[in-house]
Ligand binder design. Structure first.
Ligand SMILES: [Zn+2]
Length: 247
C-alpha cells in the first residue's frame, strides 16, 4: 500500500544576522519544518526564536537542529533546555559532532550550576555527514558541511529517499557546497548584501545560479527586513515554502 505523503512546508521564523535581534529586535534566521501543520523540526535557536515559536505554535518544537554555535543560531538553547526541563520536557537536539562539542563546552556552560549532566536536559543526536537522521517513518535529514568561520552544517531533507529541500545554513559562496544543495528542488541559502569570508553575497549567489539548473531559491540570513535582496527572492518572516512532494 502506498504511504500517505504528509503535507510538508517550511515556515520562516526569522532572517536576522549577528546583530539583528540584539540591535533591531527582529528574530535571528531560523525556520520550522511543518508536517500536516505541526512543527516537527526547529532549525536554529538564536536570539528571538523562542518568541517567534511561541507566537506561531505556542511552544518550542521538540526536535531542534543547531547548524552552528554562533549566537544568532544557538543563543537561546541554554534557556530553552532549562525552561523546557522545568516543564517536564526533554527536547531532542540534533547537531554535527563538532558543533555539539562546541555547544556543550561553550554555549551550555551556564547549565553547569544545575549540577545536572547535559544529557539530563536533552537527547543529543550527533549525525555525521554520511549518517541520515530520521524525523519520521519517511522523512530524514542529512547534514552537509558548509564553509563558515566555525563548524557549520546545512542539510538535505529527504522524503522516502527523495531529496525535497536543502537548507544551507551560514556559508560563504562555495560552488562545491552549493552543488550538493542543488540536489533538492527547493533551496534556502544564507547571503547578504556584501560578501565576506564567511557569508555569501547576493551577487555571488546570483552568479552561481546563472549557469546552474533552476531551483526554487530563497535567501535568508540577510538581516533586517529592509536589508533583503532586491533581485533574489528573500525569505521573510511568516513566509511558507510548500515542500509537499508531487506524487
Ligand atoms: Zn554564523
Amino acid at each position: 500500500m502506498p504511504h500517505a505523503v504528509p503535507n510538508l512546508s517550511l515556515l520562516c521564523l526569522g532572517t536576522g544576522r549577528g546583530a539583528t535581534a540584539v540591535y533591531d529586535g527582529e528574530p535571528s534566521s531560523a525556520a520550522a519544518l511543518l508536517a500536516d501543520g505541526k512543527p516537527i523540526l526547529l532549525v536554529d535557536a538564536g536570539f528571538g526564536v523562542v518568541r517567534a515559536c511561541k507566537r506561531d505554535f505556542g511552544y518550542v518544537p521538540q526536535t531542534i537542529l543547531i547548524t552552528h554555535n554562533h549566537s544568532d543560531h544557538a543563543a537561546e538553547l541554554p534557556v530553552i533546555l532549562a525552561a523546557e526541563s522545568d516543564r517536564g520536557r526533554r527536547p531532542r537536539v540534533i547537531a554535527a559532532p563538532d558543533v555539539a562539542n562546541r555547544l556543550r563546552t561553550h554555549r551550555l556552560h551556564e547549565l553547569e550550576s544545575t549540577n545536572q549532566p547535559l544529557s539530563y536536559f536533552c537527547d543529543w543526536q550527533e549525525p555525521t555527514t554520511s549518517d541520515p537522521i530520521a524525523l519520521s517513518d519517511t522523512l530524514s535529514i542529512t547534514l552537509l558541511s558548509a564553509r563558515h568561520s566555525e563548524p557549520c552544517f546545512g542539510f538535505i531533507l529527504e522524503e522516502s529517499g527523495r531529496a525535497i529541500f536543502a537548507y544551507g545554513g551560514d556559508s560563504a559562496c562555495d560552488p562545491n557546497y552549493y552543488d550538493q544543495l542543488w540536489a533538492a528542488p527547493s533551496v534556502v541559502l544564507d547571503a547578504r548584501s556584501k560578501a565576506n569570508a564567511e557569508h555569501a553575497g547576493f551577487d555571488e549567489v546570483a552568479a552561481y545560479c546563472a549557469d546552474r539548473p533552476e531551483r526554487e531559491l530563497w535567501i535568508t540570513g540577510y538581516g533586517r527586513a529592509d536589508q533583503a535582496p532586491g533581485d533574489l527572492r528573500a525569505l521573510r518572516v511568516g513566509d511558507t515554502i510548500d515542500l509537499t512532494p508531487a506524487d
